[in-house]
Design a binder for this molecule. Structure first.
Ligand SMILES: *Cc1c(COP(=O)(O)O)cnc(C)c1O
Length: 376
């Protein structure tokens, strides 16, 4: 066991235990396990928090992206742009849907999609773009919206790591998830807003899409046993919704604790020559799903091992870019070279951060990192 873990869901639970247990017991007694009142309560609360009209909960964040793609009348062979330096979910469902992923490189300081080199690779078949708000901050939405308008692309925001973040520029302003036609999120336990199992949601302001998404997530039906569309079974159950309803009451406090921990990290680490601390776009609110540093000069793996020896957890998000994954490589062969994604996968290291991390623990991590660079 690590003395400083990446996340600490147990401390969080102990603080909200009585509320959680009370809600769970009432679900057990009502037996409304699927589509119970907890689910609509959650959808309404999220709609208000995010200022997004429709929240369609579903079974997980990967299904949410699949549902988004299913709702868009795309055809086999249509192309969808997504970043190579990210979690696999978007690329996975693009492929499963018979669509063609176009991998984009990312920005080395902000880790979000960088569209500058794509002009030559997109075609008349390119229909949509899935930007990922990685690690807790919004992508540079001005450039994505410009790009999408110019090339007539539908935007699906993957907001699994940044629910509650925001972007505010001269031309755009709102919570992440409100800029595209559709957005998706995940309630995986370790996400900023996580349940006690799998969960996810699709978000949209479009009434027509919302209706279709709701049907798609429930076997293509609105009236039981009348199937208007070929759908899937992807629902959030009442138990998970109840957990999220309790946590939503504490959500802003959880986010504040992450932001506070991030600023303690940055204050203590920014002067180290061989580290780059995460940067925050001035237009974006960072809610630090991850606090991800870059370790230069090939020292990332030895720093990780050193932290490990000292009882401090750390994680590599992500060790292999999508276009170099075994199952995905064949679509491009070894030809596709995305230098920033490939380099970041060797430099990034995410440090412990969560709703209940203490300053003392953050300082212990910083001290350990400093000690490493004194001897390496
Ligand atoms: C977690 C995550 C997902 C998928 O969520 P699941 O609920 O685990 O299916 C998708 N995209 C990103 C960027 C994620 O971090």
């Amino acid at each position: 066991m690590y003395k400083i873990p990446m996340v600490d869901l147990k401390s969080q639970y102990l603080e909200i235990k009585s509320d959680i247990n009370e809600r769970l017991e009432s679900i057990f007694l009502s037996s409304k396990f699927i589509k119970g009142p907890e689910v609509s309560e959650l959808e309404n609360k999220l709609s208000e928090l995010l200022n997004i009209k429709h929240i369609i909960t579903c079974a997980n964040g990967t299904d949410a992206i699949q549902l988004a793609l299913m709702s868009l009348d795309l055809e086999a062979g249509d192309e969808v742009i997504t970043p190579a330096f990210s979690y696999i979910a978007a690329a996975e469902v693009i492929k499963l849907m018979g669509l063609v992923p176009i991998y984009a490189d990312v920005d080395e300081q902000f880790f979000d999609i960088d569209l500058t080199n794509l002009a030559k690779r997109i075609s008349s078949k390119t229909k949509a773009i899935i930007p990922v708000h990685l690690f807790g901050q919004s992508c540079n939405m001005d450039s994505i919206v410009d790009f999408a308008n110019k090339h007539d692309l539908i935007i699906i925001e993957d907001n699994a790591q940044s629910l509650g973040s925001a972007y505010c520029s001269k031309s755009l302003s709102g919570k992440t998830g409100s800029f595209g036609s559709i957005a998706t999120t995940s309630f995986f336990p370790s996400k900023n807003l996580g349940c006690y199992g799998d969960g996810g949601a699709v978000l949209t302001n479009d009434d027509k899409l919302a209706e279709k998404l709701r049907m798609l997530a429930n076997h293509g039906q609105t009236i039981k046993y009348h199937h208007k569309l070929i759908g899937i079974n992807s629902r959030l159950d009442s138990i998970q919704a109840a957990v999220l309803n309790v946590k939503l009451e504490h959500f802003s406090k959880y986010v504040e604790n992450r932001q506070n921990a991030a600023s303690v990290y940055s204050d203590n680490l920014h002067q180290l020559n061989e580290i780059r601390i995460p940067l925050n776009y001035k237009n974006s609110l960072h809610i630090y799903h991850q606090y991800t540093i870059r370790v230069l000069n090939n020292k990332r793996d030895s720093l990780k091992a050193y932290l490990d020896q000292n009882g401090i957890a750390s994680m590599i998000y992500y060790p292999i870019p999508v276009h170099k994954q075994d199952a995905y490589i064949e679509s491009y062969g070894n030809d596709l070279h995305l230098p920033v994604s490939e380099r970041l996968s060797k430099e990034v290291l995410s440090l412990p951060i969560h709703s209940h991390i203490t300053n003392a623990d953050v300082l212990t991590v910083c001290k350990c990192i400093k000690a490493f660079f004194e001897i390496n």
